[in-house]
Write a protein that binds this ligand. Structure first.
Ligand code: NAP
Length: 499
């Protein structure tokens, strides 16, 4: 496969002869890849935003049926990339084939799900409503008002390193924005530049087949943050879809807040996804649950935003603890997605190791120097409640088992938590009814409340909510997964009068 290493701006692959270059990186071998990519320049960012603004005028008039065809064609083109896509991404991310094949299918289905909603003229989203006029109303006649929705404008998309398909170039944000009628400019994630290029080839094919205006999609390669800030600063950009860390979202928000016109940044960020094991479970259940949580936290080597990072377990539950310890000690080590993520993981786990309030319960073997070992720490519920450090996401294969003596201590710890994407509660149905106060308190902390299931795995469907109170996301009212994500990129328009 030949890569050109260039950015794609309004239908043209290009690089500036003065562009800086960077190489792809292979976390599996901890070495640079020979593939070379050109940093997009600030001038190219301006070119992409100008052509997107121009394309918006044409794309917003493209019918819902034609947009549905476009989305389905993108899905076909992704499938047509075949195994080259999977092999390229395996090299760039070290994520296993099976996981990537699943994620590719999910991304294809996501595009098709938006197409289906468009084919039903957005009816499933129940966006339209009309209030009839009433000439006889006193003291003044009532006008006819109809609510409709129109696309918001050009959308900038930032994907995450850990979902190279589903939350990247042609992931949920791009699919939702294109479905809404908005042009998209993707700032490609530098952890998988070759994957970005292949995905861009897929959408380029679909643009040509469907006669979509050039400028509806651009992709900018690059590692320099000034590129991202220039993009969100552009007056023609009207919304930002972002998946990644709180620190990056905070930096982008700072730039956005300096704009004359404020725009929304829909940031899907990290979370510790608390797991609450209620008292009164029998031994086999506890043993199985501990293994299930170790499996869940080891998925993608802990690099999921829904990874279970904090487990609240009754202090007396030694069966749970010993089962978890056994599973962790036999868990293999692996690389993380980027050297930066590995560096942050080592820093955070070192801090946990040195924290006087935590104890290392178990650590898997480290088979290579540049790997991360699976780790489980423990602390008391009251120490957890008082420490912001213990409550922060450790991105990678690490969890904290928080022991609670009684329900009051559990409630204090839950109350101390910031907003989360998810929480899971494990127990018997009757216990859930008894624990009304706990359940209610959790509802106000999370975007998805789960009963007796692990948090990893986010279903793409209409009723999904993937988001949550800050800092798990920057917009508590919207979802980044499922077809309702289209609402982020539509704005309401009320039409008044008899027309
Ligand atoms: P990241 O480091 O925040 O990167 C995301 C994007 O932001 C990249 O394009 C990155 O470019 C850019 N960026 C980083 N710092 C920036 C800055 N100061 N100014 C402007 N742009 C900046 O996140 P990641 O490592 O890819 O992903 C891991 C994080 O994402 C975890 O916290 C995880 O929980 C979260 N995540 C959340 C979800 C969700 O749906 N809620 C899904 C997946 C991942 P550079 O690489 O060049 O810095």
């Amino acid at each position: 496969m030949t890569l050109n290493g260039q950015s794609y701006i309004a239908g043209v692959w290009q690089h500036n002869q003065h562009s800086e270059i960077f190489n792809g990186f292979c976390p599996g071998t901890n070495e640079s890849l020979p593939s070379i990519f050109y940093e997009a320049t600030l001038e190219q960012v301006n070119q992409a935003t100008a052509s997107a603004e121009l394309a918006f005028k044409a794309y917003r008039r493209v019918s819902e049926h034609q947009r549905a065809r476009f989305l389905n064609t993108i899905a076909d083109e992704i499938a047509a990339l075949g195994d080259v896509l999977i092999e390229t991404t395996m090299l760039e991310t070290n994520l296993p084939r099976q996981r990537l094949e699943g994620e590719r299918l999910r991304s294809i289905n996501q595009l098709r799900a938006f197409a289906d909603v468009l084919l039903q003229e957005l009816e499933p989203l129940q966006l339209k409503c009309v209030d009839d006029s009433d000439e006889t109303r006193l003291p003044i006649a009532k006008p006819r008002t109809a609510l409709t929705h129109i696309p918001i404008g050009v959308v900038a998309v930032f994907g995450a390193s850990n979902f190279p398909y589903a939350f990247s170039t042609l992931g949920g944000d791009t699919a939702a924005a294109l479905a809404a009628g908005c042009p998209v400019i993707v700032k490609a994630h530098p952890a998988h530049p070759a994957t970005n290029e292949l995905m861009t080839k897929a959408i380029d094919g679909a643009i040509k087949q469907c006669g979509i205006p050039n400028g509806v999609f651009s992709m900018l390669q690059g590692r320099q943050h000034q590129l991202s800030h220039q993009l969100v600063r552009a007056p023609s950009v009207k919304a930002v879809g972002f998946t990644g860390s709180l620190s990056a979202a905070t930096a982008l928000l700072k730039t956005i807040n300096d704009r004359k016109e404020p725009i929304p940044l829909y940031g899907e960020l990290g979370s510790v996804n608390p797991q609450i094991v209620l008292k009164g479970q029998d031994v086999p259940q506890k043993v199985a649950l501990a293994k299930q949580l170790v499996n869940s936290m080891s998925m993608g080597h802990g690099q999921f935003c829904t990874s279970p990072g904090v487990w609240f377990v009754p202090a007396e539950d030694i069966d749970f603890e010993s089962s978890a310890v056994n599973a962790i000690e036999s868990a293999p080590s692996d690389t993380l997605l980027t050297p930066g993520i590995l560096h942050a993981f080592i820093k955070r786990t070192d801090a946990l190791f040195k924290d006087p309030n935590t104890t290392l319960l178990a650590k898997g073997k480290l088979s290579k120097q540049y790997h991360a070992a699976v780790q489980l720490y423990t602390c008391s519920a009251d120490d957890f409640a008082q420490s912001k450090q213990l409550q922060e996401e450790v991105f990678g294969p690490c969890a904290i088992l928080v022991k609670y003596q009684d329900e009051a201590a559990l409630m204090r710890a839950i109350s101390a938590l910031d907003g989360q994407l998810t929480a899971s509660v494990y127990g018997k149905i009757d216990d859930f009814h008894i624990q009304e106060e706990l359940i209610e308190s959790l509802q106000y902390k999370v975007g998805r409340l789960i009963y007796n299931q692990a948090p990893t795995g986010v279903e793409v469907c209409m009723s999904m909510n993937h988001g949550g109170p800050f800092p798990s996301s920057t917009d508590v009212k919207s979802t980044s997964v499922g077809t309702r994500a289209i609402l982020r990129f539509l704005r309401p328009l009320c039409v008044q009068g008899d027309i």
